[in-house]
Design a protein around this ligand. Structure first.
Ligand code: ATR
Length: 273
């Protein structure tokens, strides 16, 4: 019988994780089954227990269940403790382990794309769940300074206060000043094909632009805008999605999938939809 995994969340029908993990397994010549579990409101523990009882080896967790997963596991990795959230659960004979691969997925993708964080002044757009997930990894990276900017400035401020680091400051778009070599769009603006209200002058001066949203073309409205303003290194976030999945796969099975081949495969899957 194949080893059984799944992704838990709500909504979950849109999740690309089953396609990604099935492709990992196929290219590694491993036999796994990877499904989707729709978690009803308040139903996380029951769903997790049922999955375990059915022989599940582990599962991924997406919104809105990452805190439920954090509370559910017996043991937390350092990454999960720092993030305060779990996206990877593994059932072992020593109990239930909770990890978080979002941060490592994000940083590994920036490395893959040769986005330089050393000494960088980073502008992080957005203050929702996605921005929160990458702010800690950015603080721990070699970036010199991280400015969080958000449409609702008060939310940028509360997010910055949570990390409590002198590398981080919060701004509204109106009061933004300075030069940023790396701009990361962690707002959900691209999902609505909207642009954040960021003045072109900031984008023009950036060396790298990265959007957490992704599309079949590999560009978003935001990366397209950056390219039109002369930023040639502007990338979407599909690589991050696949990097975090690869890190989960490695936690479960001890082998590293081929990330580049999976990115190519997923672009072709998205294009055929
Ligand atoms: P996610 O889990 O994707 O982070 P979220 O927690 O709902 O989603 O947060 C969405 C983020 O995108 C917020 O920072 C939101 O800004 P507000 O706090 O001002 O609402 C930001 N956002 C969404 N649409 C945007 C737009 N068109 N321009 C700028 N920011 C936008």
């Amino acid at each position: 019988m194949s080893d059984k995994y799944a992704v838990f969340g709500n909504p979950i029908a849109h999740s690309l994780s089953p396609l990604i993990h099935t492709f990992f397994a196929k290219t590694l010549n491993e036999d796994i089954e990877y499904g989707r579990v729709l978690v009803e409101d308040g139903g996380f523990v029951k769903a997790a227990e049922a999955f375990k009882a059915s022989g599940g080896k582990g599962f991924n967790v997406t919104a809105p269940c990452k805190i439920d997963a954090f509370n559910f596991v017996d043991k937390l990795s350092e990454a999960a403790k720092t993030a305060g959230a779990v996206n990877t659960v593994k059932f072992t004979s020593d109990g239930v382990l909770g990890d978080n691969t979002d941060g490592v997925g994000f940083i590994s993708d920036l490395k893959r794309l040769q986005i330089k964080l050393e000494g960088a002044d980073v502008l992080l757009i957005g203050a929702g769940g996605a921005a929160q997930g990458i702010l800690y990894p950015l603080v721990k990276s070699e970036a010199a300074k991280i400015t969080v900017v958000n449409r609702t400035a008060s939310k940028a401020l509360s997010l910055a206060q949570k990390v409590n680091s002198d590398k981080v400051e919060a701004k509204g778009f109106d009061s933004l000043c300075g030069d940023f070599s790396v701009i990361i769009n962690a707002s959900s603006s691209s999902l609505f094909k909207e642009l954040p209200p960021l003045d072109d002058s900031f984008i023009k001066k950036a060396e790298f632009v990265y959007d957490l949203a992704y599309t079949k073309e590999g560009s978003t409205v935001f990366t397209q805008k950056a390219q039109s303003l002369g930023v040639s290194s502007a990338f979407d976030g599909l690589g991050m999605l696949i990097m975090q999945a690869a890190a989960s796969y490695e936690i479960w099975r001890g082998v590293r999938p081929d990330v580049e081949a999976t990115i190519t495969y997923m672009r072709s899957v998205l294009s055929s939809r």
